[in-house]
Design a binder for this molecule. Structure first.
Ligand SMILES: C[S@@+](CC[C@H](N)C(=O)[O-])C[C@H]1O[C@@H](n2cnc3c(N)ncnc32)[C@H](O)[C@@H]1O
Length: 478
C-alpha cells in the first residue's frame, strides 16, 4: 500500500512554526503576479489555512491550493496548474511540519480525498470548525445565545457505519475499495480507518463469497464484468449488517445462493441487489431487491429502535449518533403538544422524542423512508406518530400549527417559503439540524427576518477528519 499511495516526505524535525510566517507573506494568486507561476516549477510556501478539500499555502508569488497539508506546515510545492484565478500544486516535501500535524492513520491519506483533514490533530480540526461556526452565526447576526463546545466521539476513527465500495481486481481475486478521485485506481477497503471494524470485517467476507462464484468486477474500459460496487451498512448498537450489490447484469446469476452464503458472514442479515446497466454511473441503480435475509436491518440509538431499508437515509457516524440525538433532546422543550419533524428520514428525531409529545407529525419525501418510519413506530409501540409523505415545503397546507418543529434538511438547506410557513405557525421552539454552515447562515438570516432568534447552538462532530460540521440550533420567537 505505502509504495502506491506514498505520504508526503517530511524533511525536517518538528519546530514551532507560526501559521503566518511565510516567504513573502500572503499574496493573492489573482492578478499579474500569479501568472508567473508555471506548471512544473517548484516553490516553498507555508500553509496558512485549511480549505474544504485543499489548503491554502502562501508563497512569495501568491497563494497555491494544495492537498494533504496542515496549517503551519512549511512545504515544497510543485505547481500542477497555473490558472488565471487559482493556482494548484502538489506538496512534494514537508520542509518543516506544523506543530498541529499528526501521523495519518490511513496508508492512502492524500490519495483518497475522503478525510482531507486527517493529518491535522483532532483538537485543531475542532477549533477550526468552531471558528467557522461562529463566523456563520455572526454572518447571520444571531450570536445572542450560547454556542457550546463541539461534542465528538472518540478519535473519529472506526465510526463510519455506511460505506459504498467500488469493485476492482479480477474474477477470483475481487477487491472492494474506494476510488482515488477522478481515477480508476482502487484503494482497498481495509485501508480505510474510519470504517466501522465490523463493516471492514464483513467486506473481507463479501469478497471471499464473491470470489467463490468467480464474480468479475465491472471493467469500465473493456465494458465487461458484473459487480460495480457494494454498499455495506452496519447498524449502530445492534451490529446487524446490510449489503447491497450493485450489478451490471440482471438478474445476478446464482444471486439467491450468493445471498445465502453472505448470511454466513458475521453480522450480515440482509442482502439486496440493485441493477445499473448504465456504463457511466455506479450508483444508484434500480431500487434494491432482496436476495437473502431480512428486508430491513434493525438499528438502535438511546433505547429507540428503527427498521431501515437499504436506501433509507440514516446518519453515517454510529459513534457520534447518540450525541446528536442528545443535542436535539436538549434543544427541545421537556413537554411538547404537537411536534413536527420535517425532513424526517426514518424518524430519528420523530421517534426519539415521541414520548415527550402528545402528537408527532413526520414529513419525509422518500417513500421507502416513510414506510420504515411507520414500521419503526409500530416496533416501538408509538401510537402518536403521523406521517406525511411528500415535499416538506409543499405538503403542509392542512397541517395545524405545531408547538415545536425539528428541521433536518439535506445540505442545501430549506427553501424560503418553508421558513415563511414555519414562522406563520409561530412555534415556541424551532430546532434546526444542519450539516452545512453556508446553508445554516443563510436560513438563520431568514428566520431572524421572520422574528426568531438563536437560543443555543450545539455542534456535533459527525464528520471527523473532514471540514464538515453538524450543528443543532434552537430558535425561539423574539
Ligand atoms: C439529512 S436527512 C435527515 C433525516 C433524519 N432527520 C435523520 O437524521 O436520520 C434529510 C432527509 O430529507 C429527505 N428529503 C430530501 N428532500 C426533501 C423534501 N424536499 N421534502 C421532504 N423530505 C426531503 C431525505 O429523503 C432525507 O431523508
Amino acid at each position: 500500500m505505502s509504495s502506491v499511495f506514498c505520504r508526503i516526505p517530511v524533511m525536517a524535525n518538528r519546530r514551532k512554526t507560526s501559521r503566518h510566517e511565510g516567504p513573502g507573506g500572503f499574496i493573492s494568486s489573482c492578478g499579474a503576479k500569479a501568472r508567473a507561476f508555471s506548471r512544473g516549477m517548484e516553490i516553498d510556501g507555508v500553509v496558512v489555512s485549511a480549505g474544504k478539500r485543499e489548503a491554502a499555502a502562501s508563497t512569495a508569488m501568491g497563494t497555491v491550493r494544495v492537498r494533504g497539508v496542515v496549517p503551519g506546515d512549511r512545504i515544497r510545492i510543485r505547481i500542477s496548474h497555473a490558472g488565471v484565478n487559482e493556482t494548484w500544486g502538489k506538496a512534494v516535501a514537508i520542509i518543516e511540519p506544523s506543530p498541529e500535524r499528526v501521523v495519518e492513520r490511513c496508508s492512502a491519506a492524500g490519495a483518497c480525498g475522503g478525510c482531507p483533514w486527517q493529518a491535522w490533530e483532532l483538537a485543531a480540526q475542532r477549533r477550526e470548525k468552531a471558528r467557522r461556526l461562529m463566523e456563520a452565526l455572526s454572518q447571520a447576526g444571531t450570536v445572542h445565545g450560547t454556542v457550546e463546545e463541539i461534542r465528538g466521539a472518540g478519535d473519529g476513527f472506526g465510526c463510519r457505519n455506511k460505506i459504498l465500495l467500488a469493485a476492482g481486481g479480477s474474477a477470483g481475486s475481487l477487491k472492494l475499495g474506494l476510488y482515488v478521485p477522478r481515477t480508476h485506481k482502487l484503494i482497498p477497503a481495509e485501508a480505510c480507518p474510519v470504517h466501522a471494524p465490523a463493516g471492514a470485517e464483513a467486506v473481507r467476507g463479501i469478497e471471499r463469497v464473491l470470489d467463490g462464484f468467480r464474480i468479475a468486477p465491472w471493467d469500465e474500459r473493456r465494458r465487461t464484468g458484473t459487480l460495480r460496487s457494494a454498499l455495506v451498512r452496519v447498524a449502530p448498537e445492534t451490529g446487524r449488517i446490510g449489503v447491497v450489490l450493485m450489478i451490471r447484469e440482471w438478474p445476478l446469476k446464482a444471486g439467491p445462493v450468493i445471498g445465502r452464503r453472505m448470511l454466513g458472514i458475521p453480522g450480515v442479515v440482509s442482502v439486496h441487489a440493485s441493477h445499473n446497466p448504465d456504463p457511466g454511473a455506479a450508483f444508484p441503480g434500480t431500487p434494491p431487491r432482496l436476495i437473502a435475509g431480512t428486508r430491513r436491518i434493525e438499528v438502535r440509538v438511546r433505547g429507540t429502535a428503527w427498521l431501515l431499508s437499504p436506501s433509507t437515509f440514516f446518519q453515517t457516524n454510529g459513534a457520534a449518533l447518540p450525541l446528536l440525538v442528545d443535542a436535539v433532546g436538549m434543544a427541545l422543550p421537556e413537554r411538547v403538544g404537537v411536534l413536527a419533524d420535517l425532513y424526517a428520514g426514518a424518524g430519528l428525531f420523530a421517534l426519539s422524542f415521541a414520548r415527550r409529545a402528545e402528537q408527532v407529525v413526520a414529513v419525509e419525501a422518500d417513500r421507502e423512508a416513510v414506510s420504515d418510519l411507520r414500521a419503526s413506530a409500530d416496533l416501538n409501540g408509538l401510537r402518536n406518530v403521523r406521517t406525511i409523505e411528500g415535499d416538506a415545503a409543499a405538503s403542509l397546507s392542512g397541517l395545524h400549527a405545531p408547538d415545536a418543529v425539528v428541521l433536518d434538511p439535506p445540505r442545501a438547506g430549506i427553501p424560503a417559503p418553508l421558513v415563511k410557513r414555519i414562522a406563520e405557525w409561530r412555534p415556541s421552539r424551532i430546532v434546526y439540524v444542519s450539516c452545512s454552515l453556508d446553508a445554516l447562515a443563510r436560513d438563520l438570516i431568514r428566520f431572524r427576518n421572520a422574528g426568531f432568534s438563536v437560543l443555543r447552538a450545539m455542534p456535533v462532530d459527525m464528520f471527523p477528519h473532514t471540514p464538515h460540521l453538524e450543528t443543532v440550533v434552537s430558535l425561539v420567537p423574539g
